[in-house]
Design a protein around this ligand. Structure first.
Ligand code: ZN
Length: 138
C-alpha cells in the first residue's frame, strides 16, 4: 500500500461506509461506554485494536480546509444534533473509525493550538449526515 495518505471520502462514500457499519445496531459491550453523541474531548483517542480505520474525510487537495461550521438549524459545535456536514469544520478534517465488534462508526480529529492538542470524538449518526452546501463566505 502506498503511504501517500488516505483517499478522501465524499458524502456518498461516507454514507455507504456508515451503512456498512450497521449504524442502527445498538452499541456492543466493547464500545457501549463510549458516549459521544456530540463532540467529546478525550484524553486518548480511540485506536486499534478496539476500532479500525475506515477512511478520511480530508480532501487531500485542500491542505487548509475551512474553519467555518454549518448550523442551519440553530445547533452549535457541541450539539448532539448538530449536522454532520462533510465540507464544514470540523468534519473536513476527520478520520472515520468503526468498532471492530459491532461496526459502530466514529469520527475523530485533533484540535491543535499553539500549546495543546485535544482529541475530539463523535459517534456517526447517519441521520445527521448532511450533504453540503459548504458554508459560503458572507
Ligand atoms: Zn461496538
Amino acid at each position: 500500500m502506498a503511504d501517500s495518505g488516505p483517499p478522501g471520502l465524499d458524502a456518498q462514500q461516507l454514507r455507504q461506509a456508515v451503512r456498512a457499519l450497521g449504524a442502527a445496531a445498538p452499541a456492543c459491550a466493547a464500545c457501549a461506554g463510549v458516549l459521544c453523541a456530540g463532540w467529546e474531548s478525550v484524553s486518548v483517542p480511540l485506536a486499534a485494536p478496539q476500532v479500525e480505520w475506515v477512511g478520511s474525510l480530508r480532501n487531500a487537495a485542500d491542505p487548509e480546509p475551512t474553519l467555518q461550521e454549518h448550523h442551519p438549524d440553530g445547533t452549535h459545535y457541541w450539539s448532539p444534533r448538530a449536522p454532520i456536514v462533510l465540507d464544514a469544520f470540523p468534519f473536513n478534517r476527520c478520520e472515520v473509525w468503526r468498532c471492530v465488534q459491532c461496526r459502530r462508526g466514529f469520527l475523530q480529529y485533533t484540535e491543535a493550538g499553539g500549546y495543546y492538542v485535544d482529541h475530539r470524538l463523535r459517534e456517526i449518526d447517519l441521520a445527521l449526515v448532511t450533504e453540503g452546501p459548504p458554508p459560503t463566505v458572507a
